[in-house]
Design a protein around this ligand. Sequence first.
Ligand code: NAP
Length: 392
Amino acid sequence: MKPPRRVVVLGATGSIGGSTLKVVARHVDRFRIAALTAGRQAEALDRLAARWDPDYVVLADGADRPQGDQWNGQWRYGRDEVKRAAADPSIPIVVNALVGFAGLESTLAALEAGKRLALANKESLVVGGELVLEAAAAGGGELLPVDSEHSAILQCLGDRPTAEVSRVILTASGGPFRDWPADRFAAIRPEDALAHPTWSMGDKISVDSATLANKALEVIEAHLLFGLDFDRIDVVVHPASIVHSMVEFRDGSTVSQLGYPTMEVPILFALSAPERLSNEFRAFDPVGASPLEFERLRREDFPMFELGVAAGRSGGTAPAVYNAANEVAVRAFLSGRLSFAGIPKLVEMALSRMPATPVESLEHLVSVDAEARSRSIESVGTQPATGGEKTP
Ligand SMILES: NC(=O)c1ccc[n+]([C@@H]2O[C@H](COP(=O)([O-])OP(=O)(O)OC[C@H]3O[C@@H](n4cnc5c(N)ncnc54)[C@H](OP(=O)(O)O)[C@@H]3O)[C@@H](O)[C@H]2O)c1
């Protein structure tokens, strides 16, 4: 029997990181945790290290192991060490479960080093765009999406070329405000946005799901991963989150992938593909799950969706500006400094002030991200707090 494949989990203390460790725990004959990284949560990282005994752990935003630590192994510190772990030649599989632009360098490092990259950190692909695809091509790395929608599309496509695809249909739960009238949006509080109806996730993606920014990021992700132009990517609301997406082929056949909502299935697939390993999940029950319902997306009420898709269509630096302004807006919303309606206003302002230009290099993207971030932070000061309705 082959030895277990070594895995590094970037963002091990988060929601996807935790789900990844649950998946690995069921397949210890196939995968071994070789390294774990966290942002700030040193105690949580220590507990995980005591459970998994990796070669080393990395704390990105800290310089010391926690007091009373349970694990005696090697600690490394700083954001550069996260990137180094992504490129560690002794570890063939990288799970990037970081949040936001902070994951870009690790995505590039893993792909340049020829790794299998199980990518949850969609922002890095959306922002990095061609740079990420070029890194995969140059390094021979494999890019496997962890997003359930893209995992579904990958599985539905099989070995067929995208030339045979008429369109893909991404499903969206619709988020917590799917059936709220738009005139109630001014009263939305952070806790309302964090209460996702079908998925339990980190704070940033929960807010992105509420504004539908997440679905725009996923449209751009599908465009890049599958080489489909934007006109061949549709979105439909499916509140139960059971049909994970669909591929419509040119012969009129539509293929979909189904399963009850859990991130562990796409994570397992990203680790094991093309092989399918056994899993303990509840099998799909067509009668019990009936009826499967679909609705149109309320694009007019969730401007973050159209803004994001437009940024994707513009290409170049536009997705980086959209992403940076959104990250600032989400943080400001969660801390009560910006209203829910203020999120798209802030992002629209950033996009209008920083027109798209071609991406020259990683350094260029880093500087665009920094500029969009600082302009947005400045603008937050002029925005109304949660519950306000004034425009900037
Ligand atoms: N959650 C889901 O179900 C889901 C589904 C599909 C896609 N995704 C995507 O997966 C990614 C992760 O989402 P999540 O919900 O798992 O997020 P999360 O729960 O907030 O976890 C994020 C992880 O990244 C670490 N981290 C944050 N900022 C960092 C930085 N600057 N440097 C190094 N580490 C940092 C955090 O460490 P500390 O907590 O220790 O600070 C934590 O371990 C996102 O891109 C999201 O869009 C998530």
